[in-house]
Design a binder for this molecule. Structure first.
Ligand SMILES: *Cc1c(COP(=O)(O)O)cnc(C)c1O
Length: 367
């Protein structure tokens, strides 16, 4: 058996031809392809406006900026996520307020969240972790009650939905990443989605040095260079055509893996809420103390069989050196801390073959 990795990037003929088309055109930077990609992506999400940028981090930073988040504001988010969920808050000068997650979905716990709301709270950044939409209904209710904004970090959840409403539409602004190993990719890239026209215009300005859309060389706001290239957009347009097929493969692989290893003592398979489409960016198990071996031994045993898993995330953000400086300590978010000691993500990507899935199941059962 060849090594099985936790992610696999595959470029097919269509993407290659699309890229060559852009290279031949000589128009490489942001142009018509980006515009086309934005329009189709917005349609795909069932949302009015999409603004392409060059990473998920850029999308999150842009979202924070256009919503007016800045010094003196508090923004609440989860410590059990990739660091790029929280950094954009700091980039605006606002304060990061972490709150604990639920042990089944690993997403923000609305009950804990409410305790963190103060008069300074301006926004919430829930994350659709591993590909599962966050608890939209409960968080939205809190946001309305306290007049807070929601920035949905949908970087891991393109094509997921909750009761028929797609990710990207589950907040005031949605943010996506098209990093190479995400469910849909453009090498590096990102997208911001919103139903608010003014916010989308402000976002376009921010990604382009703050230049107003109407007047060239007139800068009415702070800005960055967060533009996407037409090369990336060409890949994105091809990827968008097959994202549902790719996600369906992930979902089928997840079901197959879960069926194969369900019922093993001390091993908890992923939980998916019944009214949502979980697109399994990651297939994340919990290895509890009742399992035969420790989480790290589990990893080692699978590694010896050339099955390479991932730990997302080995340390919650509040225990990272940079965030510790803000004043957090061990014990602050027990659910996230326990999760970081117990989680393991198995390969679930769309290109796994049946015999590879069976090989993974067999390897786990043999422990
Ligand atoms: C990937 C990711 C990001 C950042 O996206 P980049 O495109 O790598 O900048 C942000 N949040 C989450 C949850 C992610 O998984």
């Amino acid at each position: 058996m060849n090594p099985i990795f936790v992610a696999k990037v595959k470029i097919d003929k269509e993407e290659k031809e699309a890229v060559i088309g852009v290279l031949d055109s000589g128009l490489l930077a942001q142009g018509a392809k980006v515009g086309d990609f934005e329009k189709r992506f917005a349609d795909y999400c069932g949302i009015k406006h999409a603004v392409a940028v060059n990473s998920g981090t850029a999308a999150l930073h842009t979202a924070c900026h256009v919503l007016g988040i800045g010094p003196g504001d508090e923004v609440i988010t989860t410590p059990f996520t990739f660091v790029a969920t929280a950094n954009p808050i700091l980039m605006t000068g606002a304060k990061v307020i972490f709150t604990d997650v639920k042990s089944d979905t690993y997403n923000l716990d609305p009950l804990e969240l409410e305790k963190k709301i103060t008069p300074k709270t301006k926004a919430i950044i829930p994350v659709d972790l591993y590909g599962q939409p966050y608890d939209y209904r409960a968080v939205k209710k809190l946001a309305q009650k306290h007049s807070l904004l929601i920035i949905e970090d949908a970087c891991q959840a393109v094509g997921a939905d909750l009761a028929g409403k797609k990710t990207g539409a589950l907040g005031d602004i949605g943010c996506f990443s098209f990093y190479a190993t995400k469910n849909m990719m453009t090498g590096e890239g990102g997208m911001l989605t919103t139903n608010n026209k003014l916010l989308s215009e402000k976002a376009k300005q921010f990604r382009h040095h703050g230049q107003s859309e109407q007047k060239r060389y007139t800068y009415s706001d702070l800005g960055y260079n967060y533009r996407m290239t037409d090369i990336s957009a060409a890949i994105g347009l091809s990827q968008l055509k097959k994202i549902d097929i790719l996600n369906n493969k992930r979902i089928a692989n997840a079901e197959f893996l879960a069926d194969g290893i369900r019922g093993i003592k001390g091993l908890i398979t992923p939980f998916a809420k019944s009214d949502c489409r979980h697109v399994f960016h990651q297939f994340t198990l919990r290895i509890t103390k009742d399992f035969k071996v420790s989480r790290d031994q589990f990893l080692q045993i699978l590694k010896e069989k050339k099955i390479f898993c991932g730990i997302y995330y080995p340390k919650p953000l509040h225990l990272q050196p940079y965030f510790k400086k803000i004043g957090y300590k061990r014990g602050d978010f027990p659910v996230a801390e326990k999760a970081s000691r117990e989680v393991v993500s198995l390969p679930v990507h769309p290109y796994l073959r049946k015999e590879e899935l069976n090989y993974i199941i067999k390897a786990i059962k043999s422990i």
